[in-house]
Design a protein around this ligand. Structure first.
Ligand code: NAD
Ligand code: MG
Length: 386
């Protein structure tokens, strides 16, 4: 395998950090051609020194006048989009959080690059456009989300969609899996940030607690694997060892399992179609807890139900769902609203008429508009900051 050049977007986040560890372990196979941060230039510079990264970008343009360095830094979203067009790299790893990631996925595909996609929001908002563009430009779109990586791995050599009965996305159930519904109005931010099995960025940690994350993943799976929503089932599996399953028409179920460690799906996405030695700890199956599975309680997690509805409706609805969730989560993170308000805000935002086949500009402008409306109601001037 020749050394693969990675454009790593969102290098300073949780997925970014795990990616850096994979690259360090396999420095003979991977190199980082470009790394980006939104705010945290110190960590970015540290990675740049350690891994000899030639191109650096900071997407928050306001920091241009505040960062004192003799390094060449590209500031702002537009400069980064330009770089993604002109730079020499083999794969774009998009680990930006939220709707901000969409334009980068599109830029990578437009310039005919393979994509390792952690930013599930890209597919939720513009799945039809992205899948079409990837096919047209012959780009690989490899999911980093552990569930989708698991499904992709189960489908290697079995990819005929007519042979798939359904896929089963596993969900940990998050920190409130064992809480009673009547206690949900007592939920505090600090309870929500304690994920039982995964260590992740704040936004996805909140999404896991509401199960909005699983909702985004259902829509992501629909686009990635071309399946009907009726063929996508969610099952609670609190131990997070089985990362998802595929049931075939003959009754066989294949699954992929390991300790929960994002380095495994990240490395798979980077080394695909090859497999290379692990960067993560091997799973000792004799020491695992009992593996259990149970149905989702939709009264406790109504946002997941809404996700199926907006996914089936298609058009602009998944964008509104995603934008209202991002805005509500940012308010919750600043303790401006309660946990149960996240659902209420999403439900209220969806009370709009649909737009069929929206283009990219429409998707981006509706995303902004929905967030602005929600934050205006909350008397906050700034746009979502996650
Ligand atoms: P994080 O908050 O830890 O990191 C986010 C990264 O995005 C940071 O590098 C930040 O600088 C950058 N960023 C933030 N706002 C930005 C903006 N407006 N423009 C450009 N860059 C911006 O998030 P994370 O947990 O690493 O998640 C990243 C993505 O991966 C999300 O879409 C998430 O759903 C997905 N994902 C994460 C995990 C996980 O284990 N963390 C698992 C599956 C999928
Ligand atoms: Mg996931």
């Amino acid at each position: 395998m020749s050394k693969k050049k990675i454009a790593l977007l969102g290098a300073t986040g949780s997925i970014g950090k795990s990616t850096i560890e994979v690259v360090k372990k396999h420095y003979d196979k991977f190199e980082i051609a470009l790394a980006t941060a939104h705010k945290n230039h110190k960590i970015l510079f540290e990675y740049a020194e350690k891994l000899n990264i030639p191109y650096l970008a900071i997407t928050n343009e306001k920091l241009k006048s505040k960062i004192n360095t003799n390094k060449k830094i590209y500031f702002g979203e537009d400069k980064l989009l330009e770089l993604l067009n002109n730079l020499n790299y083999d794969i774009l790893l998009n680990a930006v959080v939220g709707s901000a990631g969409l334009r980068y996925t599109v830029a990578g595909l437009r310039s005919k690059h393979n994509i390792a996609l952690a930013n599930k929001e890209s597919l939720v908002m513009a799945g039809d456009i992205i899948i079409k563009m990837a096919k047209k430009n012959e780009c690989r779109l490899i999911p980093i989300d552990s569930e989708h990586s698991a499904i992709m791995q189960c489908l290697l050599g079995n990819s005929l969609s007519s042979q798939i009965r359904k896929i089963i996305l596993t969900a940990s159930g998050g920190p409130f899996n064992n809480w009673k519904l009547e206690d949900f109005d007592k939920i505090k931010l600090k309870d929500t940030l304690k994920h039982p099995t995964w260590k992740m960025g704040k936004k996805i940690t909140i999404d896991s607690a509401t199960m909005a994350n699983k909702g985004l993943e259902v829509i992501e799976a629909h686009h990635l694997f071309g399946l009907k929503y009726e063929q996508i089932e969610v099952v609670i599996h609190p131990q997070s060892i089985i990362h998802s399953m595929v049931e075939f028409i003959d009754g066989s179920i294949l699954s992929q399992m390991s300790y929960p460690d994002m380095k495994i799906p990240i490395q798979f996405a980077l080394s695909y179609p090859e497999r290379i030695p692990a960067s993560a700890q091997f799973t000792d199956i004799t020491s695992l807890p009992d593996l259990t599975f149970h149905k989702v309680d939709y009264d406790k997690f109504p946002i997941l139900k809404i996700a199926y509805q907006v996914g089936k409706a298609g058009g602009i609805m998944p964008t509104i769902f995603n934008a209202s969730n991002e805005a509500a989560v940012s308010l919750f993170l600043r303790e401006k609203i309660k946990f149960n308000d996240i659902y209420k805000i999403i439900e209220k935002s969806l009370n709009k008429s649909n737009i069929a086949n929206p283009d990219l500009e429409t998707i981006l402008s509706i995303d902004k508009k929905v967030k602005k409306e929600i934050l205006a109601t909350a008397n906050l001037r700034e746009l979502t900051r996650i």
